[in-house]
Ligand binder design. Structure first.
Ligand code: LHQ
Length: 260
């Protein structure tokens, strides 16, 4: 396998981005974070790509910041490392106008868990686990963990996960609402590809607008959110895919969406 820290592969309309430092459970260092940002940018700009999978090589998804590098994650201090290397990745994933599946194949710890949570749909292998590892080494959850976690699992569980730093199994993560679906380990990549291929054949412009509507909905009041929905619906109703969806329904045939 390539020794590039991130693999980027396109199959049909699906891009798969694989974190690729399996010897250290895909711990995040500067070359990996730069390559991840580049791969996400490529997936965003490539018009043929309509759905994205983020996963890990080997037995882990990501063990978080590389603790063996002189400054974990590279850079001169954690603040600038986070701002320069991590924040662009997390914001790219959230703002990407295409659905992202996080296929969590093993442990997702620290900032690795933050990256998993930045995806739109989290699938987990049965042996995957989730670990807010930060407090174990005297750090604070970062790269979006304090934003995603209470929204996904509620404040009580978010606080316990961040403070206790217990390793949470895939099944428990599903019961917490963090994971959409748990798959058998050897079926995870196939199920992620099948789901991504299905998403890529759907009205992907609507997905982009769904992400826009949901991204910050907790921050907006109801009247503002209603207005945003109306604005987005006006845009969605002008797409070719909406016309095709309605025509196919009325003609009782399967729709052929083009992402336009
Ligand atoms: C690792 C790592 C690792 C290097 C396993 N680094 N080598 C902070 C600072 C600045 C900016 C960005 O953001 C952050 C936030 C963070 O992400 S802080 C949190 C950093 N991550 C951790 O604290 C987790 C550390 N790792 C672990 O606790 C365990 O490795 C877990 C629970 C993830 C997995 O345990 P095991 O399955 O028992 O695997 P292992 O511990 O045997 O690890 C396998 C190898 O990977 C091992 O190397 P070796 O040469 O002995 O085989 C580890 O040293 C290496 N590795 N995590 N983060």
């Amino acid at each position: 396998m390539s020794d590039s820290p991130v693999l980027y592969q396109v199959d049909g309309a699906v891009a798969t981005i694989t974190l690729n430092r399996p010897d250290v459970l895909n711990a995040l260092n500067t070359p990996l974070m730069l390559a991840l940002r580049e791969a996400l940018t490529q997936a965003q700009t490539d018009e043929a790509v309509r759905a994205v999978i983020v996963t890990g090589a080997g037995r882990g998804f990501s063990a978080g910041a590389d603790l063996a590098s002189s400054s974990p994650g590279g850079g001169s201090d954690p603040g600038s490392t986070l701002r320069d290397r991590y924040h662009p990745v997390i914001t790219l994933m959230r703002s990407m106008p295409k659905p992202i599946i996080s296929a969590v194949n093993g442990v997702a710890a620290g900032a690795g868990m933050s990256i998993a949570m930045a995806g739109d749909i989290i699938l987990a292998g049965r042996s995957a686990s989730f670990l807010q590892a930060f407090s174990k080494i005297g750090l604070v959850p970062d790269a979006g963990s304090t934003w995603f976690l209470p929204r996904y699992v509620g404040d009580v569980r978010a606080r316990a996960m961040a403070i206790l730093a217990d390793r949470i199994s895939a099944e428990d993560a599903k019961s917490f609402g963090l994971v959409w679906q748990v798959c058998e380990d050897d079926a995870l990549q196939t199920q992620a590809r099948e789901m991504a291929a299905k998403l890529a054949s759907m009205p992907t412009r609507a997905y982009a607008m769904i992400k826009e509507a949901l991204n910050d909905s907790h921050q907006r009041d109801l009247p503002t959110q209603l207005e945003l929905e109306a604005e987005l619906q006006m845009k969605a109703a002008k797409t070719e895919d909406f016309r095709e969806g309605v025509a196919a329904f009325l003609q009782k045939r399967p729709p052929q969406f083009k992402g336009r």
